[in-house]
Write a protein that binds this ligand. Structure first.
Ligand SMILES: Cc1cc2nc3c(=O)[nH]c(=O)nc-3n(C[C@H](O)[C@H](O)[C@H](O)COP(=O)(O)OP(=O)(O)OC[C@H]3O[C@@H](n4cnc5c(N)ncnc54)[C@H](O)[C@@H]3O)c2cc1C
Length: 314
């Protein structure tokens, strides 16, 4: 499959990148590692006039200890991040989800910013244009129906970032720069909860950095997938204990991670907290695993994970 024609630009600072976006009147996309974007372009899911490569912007590749926060530039590669000693020491849930992300070849190319902004996926959407046309375009393609759930008025694609759940358990924040200036919001606020437009990002905004509170935490991440070698998560569960308080996040089963507080006794509260998660998820048969199985695995994986981390903490 060949993507449609586009112009390629490689700015060296954020302002220049934002300006370039404006020049193409919004018909431009930002490129980081390209491991999500390029396949989407080849499938004809994106047909931009211009691709603006962010890799030459040095300020986006910085990882620094700012005292109260660890700042992670959006262009930091997953492989480099998972090997960073500070990340391994302070944020074991994140280190674990980075390790679980796809395979090392992809980790060496894919960035943390691109990982968070990867688009939602569905068996009926991530297909060739020929395939999609024969089925009839779905809601996520600007059509009027859902091919996964006939009659549905909402899109059911899944947001499959492995690292979003773990960053949510660490109360991470994200910084965005765009035509209207800079803003900083919690990672949870980035999500719209709508799979056809998953991010609350304004046209031209660049995710410049992720900020994680600098606190020593314990935690871990568990991932459900068919092949451990490379697959996307079909369910991902992260848990972190920060300042004695537990947080659990469940991802890859809907358009955003679902985050619940576990308080000071995570082992005791996890069962009840999972009920809250189960009330919110609406898995459908749009992955290679059955929806009932994925739903059932939430409590199994969450309880197993929390118990394992808390037992290890003794
Ligand atoms: C075979 C395969 C397996 C995969 N397995 C996994 C997996 O197991 N777990 C997982 O989490 N992901 C997986 N992915 C998805 C994806 O490749 C990774 O998440 C990767 O980290 C994406 O980062 P990237 O830098 O390549 O993003 P890109 O492809 O460059 O960008 C992703 C999206 O974000 C936008 N974007 C990128 N950077 C910015 C920025 N700084 N500001 C604003 N917009 C931006 C792009 O326009 C694009 O829409 C897989 C992909 C493939 C092809």
């Amino acid at each position: 499959m060949i993507s449609s024609k586009f112009e390629y630009r490689k700015p060296t600072n954020v302002d220049e990148a934002v300006e370039l976006y404006g020049e193409f009147e919004g018909s431009a996309v930002y490129l980081s590692g390209g491991t999500d974007l390029v396949p989407r372009m080849k499938l004809g899911l994106e047909k931009p006039r211009a691709v603006i490569d962010l890799k030459a912007i040095d300020s986006l590749s910085v990882l620094e200890d700012q005292g109260q926060w660890i700042k992670i530039g959006s262009e930091v590669r997953i492989f480099d991040l998972k090997q960073n000693e500070l990340i391994q020491d302070l944020f074991p849930a994140l280190a674990s989800s980075l390790e679980a992300t796809s395979c090392e070849t992809l980790q060496m190319r894919g960035t943390i910013g691109g990982n968070l902004l990867q688009n939602c996926r569905c068996l009926f959407y991530n297909q060739s244009e020929f395939w999609r046309r024969s089925k009839g375009f779905c809601l996520k393609m600007g059509g009027e129906k859902c091919n996964a759930v006939p009659g549905a008025k909402t899109c059911f694609a899944n947001y499959c970032s492995d690292n979003a759940p773990s960053l949510c358990t660490l109360s991470a924040e994200v910084e965005l720069s765009g035509p209207k200036g800079q803003r900083r919001i919690s990672l949870e606020e980035l999500y719209t909860n709508k799979a056809d437009k998953p991010f609350d990002i304004q046209p031209g905004e660049i995710l410049t950095a992720i900020f994680v509170p600098k606190k020593k935490t314990i935690g871990d991440y568990e991932k459900l997938r068919v092949r451990c070698a490379i697959d996307y998560p079909l369910l991902g569960v992260a848990f972190s204990l920060v300042d004695g308080t537990g947080k659990l996040a469940v991802g890859a089963i809907g358009p955003k991670p679902i985050v619940v507080e576990l308080g000071e006794s995570p082992k005791q509260s996890v069962k009840e907290a999972v009920k809250g998660v189960l009330d919110q998820v609406r898995p459908v048969n749009n992955t290679v695993l059955d929806r009932e199985y994925r739903k059932r695995m939430i409590s199994i994986m969450a309880e197993r994970l929390v118990n394992k981390v808390m037992e290890g903490a003794k």
